[in-house]
Design a protein around this ligand. Structure first.
Ligand code: TYD
Length: 206
């Protein structure tokens, strides 16, 4: 039985997700909610190990299907160990990326298509977010925000790849309008957090 709320954040690399996640966490905690913050890929010791394999720049020979399965495997562990138990205890779970990332990066951008949906349905079952905040950033702007820090294997992919990721997210927004709230990440931090807290307040009232 699920009693809590599950909120995920999505966006291309450099969309300002972390800032908004911290602001939302404070917003919820001030209102007395028990908040569990987690991220993907990762969030459990096993999933963090899988994360380091996926993002390791040295793994340049990784097959696209292997990549998709590793993301789904890390996700299955996070759902069973952290997300599902927290929701059953009535907590609010905020997850930095979830299944939509695999749909944008692996299904659309890598071109693996519907098989990604199938393996993720197997990995998470009915444990899908109640609300997903999509911070939309033009991929060129996102890339420049990453700046000079060292890039991981996914961030090193071509600008064409990141353009496709962006297009994938726009398609997902159209496909799931009740769940996905798309926000222009070029707006100010205050305006974005205002939109997010309004939507979350609506969800919590239900
Ligand atoms: P991370 O450093 O967590 O990225 P960010 O700070 O942008 O959230 O690295 C995760 C990378 O993995 C990121 O480039 C997006 C990618 N990714 C996928 O390709 N598929 C997935 O299912 C997930 C969860 C992430």
């Amino acid at each position: 039985m699920r009693e809590g709320y599950f909120i995920s954040f999505e966006g291309g690399d450099g969309s300002g997700k972390s800032t908004q996640i911290q602001i939302l966490r404070e917003f919820l905690e001030e209102r007395g909610y028990d908040v569990i913050l987690t991220r993907e890929p990762g969030g459990t010791p096993i999933s963090e190990k899988i994360r380091s394999i996926i993002l390791d720049k040295a793994n340049s020979e990784m097959d696209d299907m292997t990549e998709a399965l590793l993301y789904a495997a890390a996700r299955a562990q996070l759902v069973s160990q952290i997300i599902r138990p927290a929701l059953e205890e009535g907590k609010v779970v905020i997850c930095d990326r979830f299944v939509d990332s695999s749909m944008a990066y692996q299904a659309y951008a890598r071109g693996l298509g519907d098989s990604v949906k199938t393996i993720n349905a197997f990995a998470v079952g009915d444990c899908m977010p109640d609300l997903t905040i999509l911070l939309k950033v033009n991929p060129q702007v996102g890339s420049s925000r990453i700046g000079n820090r060292e890039r991981d294997r996914i961030e090193l992919a071509s600008s064409d790849f990141h353009k496709k990721v962006y297009e994938g997210y726009l398609q997902l927004e159209k496909l799931y309008p009740e769940r996905i709230v798309g926000i222009d990440a070029a707006d100010t931090i205050e305006n974005i957090s205002g939109i997010i807290s309004e939507r979350i307040a609506g969800l919590l009232e239900r």
